[in-house]
Design a protein around this ligand. Structure first.
Ligand code: BES
Ligand code: ZN
Ligand code: ZN
Length: 482
């Protein structure tokens, strides 16, 4: 999809369809909308779509009136959804040249970026492995601002970079586990690094053995696929900073549960258990292009959790790189085991602040459903920064408790800690477990089990991988003030 910005009057735009946002309670006079509004057929309710052929006085072949909701509820997130829903609607009709009209009052950089993001995210379909030639796509998407200034072109480009990075994450998450093994994830990281001039280093099993990463290696030992710890580095051109941001992402390319095997029903979805790792790679792609002032390093422990004959057993005790011993009560709680070593390693690599993202627990889905990412933090300041970035990017996150009182839920008679707590507060005990491995380093844990994959399509987004929380992570790095 080619993205452009145009500053000519809406009437002169050549396109297969021109998207026009209409607000609730605001009568749109142009484009033949007035009659439809008066008849109550166009109300402006969010994501209501009305297609008009041969609209009067307009060069575009069609106008799509797109409900923008109440003016006082309007924000960039609303526009992102509107743009996505409109593009999906038009794309389904095989229309290829699309434009979106932004009234001068709405023509901020944030809005232009959001419109572009919505379009690119809306176009994404997880249909890579469908054969046949009926794949639909959009050729050109133009944001039109009458009399707008050229700096809006930079905002459009910013949106394009973010959305393409997010779609890169979605395409990785969508890969089935036979096609994306831990080595496949390594290959993807190496390709990304080469293309975007990032540094990429991969620790193999032997190197991890030397470092004593017993928690990570214990998970990997049941699979014929070798594990890896992927490290991708971005360094700003201008010298030293106090901050070094670490992004740690769970990269389980398939989670059978191991010996504590999962039920067959729905197990196919466990290919998305590397969504945290894929989000870090997507974030690094955008970071390489947008160049924040602070160094950012992604750490992605990549393993396959299988019940092979060498698999770890419930009751096994492993020694993590930090020296803490862990009793593996349930081999399906593998994400926290690989993250324990990755977080510890990230600290030793000099990260001053860390954010991890992981499809960690079914419990977070019970707690928050599919709407909010569960956010846990050991530091109020970093928590607020991440929440602010998430809000600005329209990625919903909800702060969950992480108090010492929950420590009692994690007791082992035989090792320093067990890898699971009791029946209650499962997302919290998982976060409490991770907390044991970050020391004093300010850290935020994002449990994306409920939000990284959509079981049902939305008007603005295909079913499948969502690409959360790529935009939040990129904004966090870009907005960083020391
Ligand atoms: N990958 C799963 C968590 C998950 C569940 C992701 C549903 C996406 C959707 C994780 O490794 C896991 O299996 N967690 C267990 C932990 C339990 C054994 C304490 C869970 O949540 O059931
Ligand atoms: Zn699991
Ligand atoms: Zn898992």
């Amino acid at each position: 999809m080619r993205i452009t910005t145009e500053f000519t009057p809406f009437e002169q735009i050549e396109a297969d369809a021109l998207i026009v946002p209409v607000f609730e309670g605001v009568r749109e006079e142009r484009f033949g909308a007035a009659d439809l509004t008066d008849a109550g057929e166009v109300t402006g309710k969010p994501l209501e779509l009305t297609l008009i052929h041969h609209p009067p006085g307009v060069s575009a072949s069609r106008v799509l009136l797109a409900g923008a909701g109440k003016p006082d509820k309007w924000d960039a997130a609303q526009l992102r959804s509107l743009s996505g829903a409109a593009v999906r609607h038009l794309m389904a009709k095989s229309l290829k040249r699309i434009a979106l009209a932004l009234a001068p009052a709405l023509a901020t950089g944030e809005n232009v970026s959001a419109a572009v993001e919505g379009a690119i995210l809306g176009e994404f379909e997880p249909d890579r492995y469908k054969t046949g030639d009926d794949r639909k796509s959009v050729e050109r998407f133009a944001v039109v601002v009458e009399g707008g200034s050229p700096d809006l072109a930079a905002a459009a480009d910013h949106g394009r970079i973010l959305a393409e990075a997010q779609n890169f994450t979605r395409s990785l998450v969508n890969e089935p586990a036979n096609r994306l093994t831990p080595s496949g994830l390594v290959e993807a990281a190496r390709k990304l690094a080469a293309e975007y001039q990032l540094d990429c280093q991969v620790l193999d099993r032997e190197q991890m053995e030397k470092l004593g990463m017993g928690a990570l290696l214990g998970v990997a030992q049941g699979s014929a696929e070798p594990p890896a710890l992927i490290v991708v580095r971005y360094k700003p051109a201008a010298g030293a900073t106090k901050t070094h941001l670490g992004l740690v992402g769970k990269g389980v390319t398939f989670d059978t549960g191991g010996i504590s095997i999962k039920p067959a029903d729905g197990m196919e979805k466990m290919k998305y258990d590397m969504a945290g790792g894929a989000a870090m790679l997507g974030a690094m792609q955008a970071i390489a292009e947008l160049k924040p002032a602070i160094p950012v390093t992604a750490f992605i422990p990549a393993v396959e959790n299988m019940p092979g004959s060498r698999a770890q057993r419930p009751g096994d005790i492993v020694t993590s790189m930090s020296g803490k011993t862990i009793e593996v009560i349930n081999t399906d709680a593998e994400g926290r085991l690989i993250l324990a070593d990755a977080l510890h390693y990230a600290r030793l690599q000099g990260c001053t602040h860390m954010v991890d993202a992981a499809t960690l627990t079914g419990a977070i889905v019970v707690a928050l459903g599919h709407l909010n990412v569960g956010l846990f933090a050991n530091d109020d300041h970093l928590r607020d920064r991440v929440l602010a970035a998430a809000k600005a990017e329209g990625e919903r996150m909800w702060a969950m408790p992480l108090e010492d009182g929950y420590k009692d839920y994690l007791k082992s008679a035989f090792a320093d800690l067990p890898n699971v707590g009791g029946r209650w507060g499962g997302a919290i005990t998982a976060a409490m477990f991770l907390k044991e491995f970050v020391g004093e380093t300010p850290w935020v844990h994002l449990d994306i089990a409920g939000t990284a994959w959509l079981d049902e399509a939305k008007p603005f987004q295909a079913k499948g991988p969502s690409g959360v929380p790529v935009r939040t992570l990129v904004r966090l790095a870009l907005d960083w003030q020391e």
